[in-house]
Design a protein around this ligand. Structure first.
Ligand SMILES: Cc1cc2nc3c(=O)[nH]c(=O)nc-3n(C[C@H](O)[C@H](O)[C@H](O)COP(=O)(O)O)c2cc1C
Length: 197
């Protein structure tokens, strides 16, 4: 099985973040075919156009992680029915300078945990809208909304295993390791979709 390097952006930055714990649960679960890495996005300064051509080292480091990854996993909490500003800030950094977005054609997946009953539904769907604009290939199904951080019980493990199996299939399809499927995809002219900036 091909292994993919997944750069994970976690939108929770507090020391007790549910979503940071959720990330750890995923790493511990160790789904087949993935290597995970994350980054403390709270260390990034606020995006400013004044900084983008000669960004601070931490931004360059962040961008290099995006560049060298095979796919991106977004783990988001829900803030006021959307995703947190700190995550948007990280996404904005990766999208600039104009015409040089690092998100373009990247394979991605979105997941999240909140204590509330809707389990990040609002956050994930706002985030998907942004990622669609950035021309990312984002896993559509299964959608997963957690209202706990546990990957410890059997049901949660089964849901996550299914989720990562689907993410792996999407990576195979778009990264071209599964050549027959990738050719099929390309024959539909989908590899040249323009970056809508
Ligand atoms: C500013 C703010 C807004 C919030 N809005 C929502 C919300 O709209 N829906 C929800 O389910 N939880 C909401 N919450 C609760 C968070 O989802 C909860 O604090 C969660 O644990 C945050 O994720 P984290 O622990 O990974 O930082 C909000 C929390 C904060 C601080």
């Amino acid at each position: 099985m091909n292994s993919y390097k997944i750069f994970t952006l976690v939108g929770g930055i507090s020391s007790q973040s549910l979503n940071k714990k959720f990330y750890q649960s995923i790493v511990e679960l160790g789904p087949d075919g993935f290597e995970f890495e994350t980054f403390d996005i709270s260390k990034l300064p606020f995006y400013s156009q004044d900084l983008e051509n000669d960004p601070p080292d931490i931004v360059s480091e962040f961008k290099e992680k995006i560049r060298e990854s095979d796919g991106i996993l977004f783990i988001t909490p829900e803030y006021n029915r959307s995703f947190p500003g700190v995550l948007k800030n990280a996404i904005d950094w990766g999208s600039r300078p104009y015409g040089m977005s690092l998100w373009d054609k990247k394979v991605g997946a979105v997941i999240g945990a909140s204590p509330g009953n809707i389990g990040t539904f609002g956050a994930q769907h706002h985030l998907r809208q942004v990622l669609a604009y950035l021309n990312m290939h984002v896993l559509a199904q299964p959608e997963v909304y957690f209202n706990s951080s546990a990957a410890k019980d059997e049901t949660t493990k089964q849901i996550l295993t299914k989720y990562f199996k689907a993410f792996h299939e999407l990576l195979e399809l778009i990264s071209g390791h599964d050549h027959s499927q990738a050719m099929n995809y390309k024959s539909q002219g989908l590899e040249d979709s323009p970056l809508a900036h």
